[in-house]
Design a protein around this ligand. Structure first.
Ligand SMILES: [Ca+2]
Ligand SMILES: [Ca+2]
Length: 262
């Protein structure tokens, strides 16, 4: 995929690629490369999120996380279920960075702090792939809402005994990129329309340049802005990343092998 970028992937593109690559490298360990089995998920958690799993005294925590993430109860995690984990981890880290836990570790306030589901996630008409509501799925699933209290209690940076894994680096990138662009005007907790455009033109230029319709970024902003306040907060931003990752994943999954194309 990297060869598609004229000047090398941006941090956001690298992160999306990491999500796909990490999922595939663990999901591909048994016969079915489209899903993580329980065993594969455990391997993923132990290797990629070892700094979290090693701190857990409860040996059942990974099983419980699997159960919470497995929305369709098929004992496997597909890519969108996997993305919910990443989104949930990123939200947890972001909440810790944004506001140190004064309300106690067991109140994942950020998940429902503004009643995000009021507008619903599907909307009308066909959904372009970039609006797949990843973190919205999180907030609408009461099971998953219980996850963050089990997740790392510290912000993730600089606490790794052996350096961050690819997954940890990706989560850190998501936080860093959002903060970098959201901090360009006065209010650093959200992306204004202008900041979002800068983000799109800089971080996802290979996408925006390929669009013939000049209104596409405006429309994306509108779709992503779930609470219609003209700003994108971090969960709304994560929906974009999740949607892009899903689109890439589906594209790769459905693409015929090159020699079969003709
Ligand atoms: Ca599943
Ligand atoms: Ca908003």
């Amino acid at each position: 995929m990297s060869s598609k970028y004229p000047v090398g992937p941006t941090e956001t593109e690298r992160c999306i690629e990491s999500l796909l690559a990490v999922f595939q490298s663990y999901a591909g360990r048994d016969g079915d490369g489209n899903t993580l089995s329980r065993k594969e998920f455990k391997t993923f958690m132990n290797i990629e999120l070892g700094s979290f799993t090693k701190n857990q005294k409860d040996p059942g925590v990974v099983d419980r996380m699997m159960k919470a993430l497995d929305r369709d109860n098929n004992e496997k995690l597909d890519f969108s279920e996997f993305l919910n984990l990443i989104g949930s981890l990123a939200l947890t880290c972001h909440a810790q960075v944004a506001s140190p836990p004064t309300t106690g570790p067991h109140q994942p306030k950020f998940l429902n702090r503004r009643g995000r589901d009021r507008r619903g996630s599907t909307g009308e008409g066909p959904n372009p792939p970039f609006t797949t509501p990843v973190s919205n799925q999180l907030t609408s699933n009461s099971q998953v809402s219980s996850l963050p209290s089990q997740l790392p209690t510290k912000a993730m940076s600089s606490r790794y005994p052996v350096g961050p894994t690819e997954t940890e680096r990706c989560i850190e990138s998501l936080l860093a990129v959002f903060q970098r662009y959201a901090g360009k005007d006065g209010k650093s907790s959200t992306l204004s329309k202008r900041e979002f455009k800068t983000f799109m033109d800089t971080e996802l230029a290979s996408f925006t340049k390929s669009q013939k319709d000049p209104g596409v970024v405006d429309r994306m902003m509108k779709k992503l802005d779930m609470n219609n306040d003209g700003q994108l907060d971090f969960p709304e931003f994560l929906n974009l990343i999740g949607g892009l990752a899903t689109a890439c994943h589906e594209h790769m999954a459905s693409a015929p092998e090159p020699h079969k194309r003709l």
